[in-house]
Design a protein around this ligand. Sequence first.
Ligand code: SF4
Length: 560
Amino acid sequence: MARYVLISDTTLSRNYRGVPLLDFLASAPTDAIPQSVYSFLRGPPPPASGGRAVLAPYAIRKLEAALLKGLPRDEVVVAQESHVADFVDEDTEVIGVSTMDPLGLGPLTMSYAVFFETQAPAYVQRDFEDLIASVNRARSGKKAKLMVGGPGVWEFTVHPDELEKNGIDYAFQGEADDIAVDLFRYVAEGSRERAEFFRGYQTFTRDFRKEWAPSPRFISRYQFSRQFPSLDDIPEIQGPSVKGMVEVMRGCGVGCDFCEVTLRPLRYYPPEKVERELEVNVRAGMGNAWLHSDEIFAYEHGRNFVPNEEKLLELVTAVMSTPGIEHTNPTHGRISIPAAYPDLMMKMAREMRAGPTNWIGLQVGVETGSDRLAQIHMPNKTLPLRVGPDGTWQEIVWRGTYVMNSYYWRPAFTVQVGQADETAEDNWATVALINQMSNSTLRSGRPFEFTITPMQHVPLGLLKNRNFSSLKLDVSQLAVYYAAYRHLAKVAARNATRASSEAGFRSRYLTGGMVGLGGWAMFRTVRNICRKGGLDIEAAERYGMSSSDRHQTPSLLAAR
Ligand code: SF4
């Protein structure tokens, strides 16, 4: 039994059979993928020891560490998903749940909902509801309060009624590393007015300025106090994290106008701090280090977001010199850096021991193939290159991918559909980019290795009334989905069995078969929907592939 019990969204605790892109599976609508297929592909629940999670998502490990700064070990428990009830009794004061996409409103989940025109909940939402129902059963008739936190809390600001509907007492918004003990005590003691906390949440105006909205079920840091913990306030994890994730920095600062991360202050972990967290994971048998940041190339960056080669190499060298670490990859980064700094990519790859059997995955928000949209929404994302003098955005992306693949980096791109100011021509530019890249090779003849996933931007008004069926994709938007899923099917067929890191031969090939087949089935479904929506499939497949198309550029072809 414990005073504070912590648990995470179950979708964040699974390893998805070791196939990186399957992390997105839980965003699929429940009427699109059979439950049995979903259950197999997400993999088994994480192991438990005495009911405690042996591995837990990094955010929960961070919260656990923050609470342990001021509380004895036996008062805080990270429970494995099937064992919450084992730890909840009359003395339990707060159950904390960390969540990423509780109501299924995230951009990827929306991309499926809008594309398939379905009102069915996504697995991510259904799994969250199941978890909350099991927590509520465990605390029924007891005093324990239920509080949710994490990056998905914004969704409750859109639908505050869902808190009550799900029997959740409070939602905490923001970073809590330095105030976690106070926060949990505050909730345990009945959450009466206190100067440190604001009863409400932060939101943004149309021009991206912060606003404060009072709301009794929300708790956030007091408006006129410091809003973020300093680097010194951020504790180090005490227990191992899922996939060996450790953080290397917070914030970004690049300033894309659709991204909230950019508003957070930059804080860089020194390599020694990263190493200490890695040692916790290595002791649990983890040889992998997944380096979390929202923009790895901003790590200790110089003016104009010029990457700091010395610091980046120092960081990855420290990671790979940690005894027990065999593989590492950063989570997110910009494509303009590989395009502009091939030597840096080569040196980082060498330190990370990249090669044909050890690809370095990196999630990259390419967002669009359109120069116009890139310049409107993310002028700094291209820095230190500039769209215009240094080529088109498509050329920059193509060059960056060429460099990444040359040194065994594999980008997992995302593009946005439904951005503000978007025109059909912008979407066709994205189609051209995808088609060209999908048919490109390195000089050695190796095909370009990348995945690309559309993310749907849904206006807040529609998110509020959940009226997604009124959002009809036009032909140019369907073409983006079509080009992306056509490429994904090609990659799935090519790489499925190799992509899984599952140990067993049978499981690996079963997973590979399902991924290959799933990619093909998904593509067929996408093609049918696009055809019905009026897309000329043959024209979409050819778009951007002939020199007469307006988005094809001579220098891009010359480099091929
Ligand atoms: S580079 Fe990425 S993390 Fe940084 S502001 Fe732009 S979208 Fe956000």
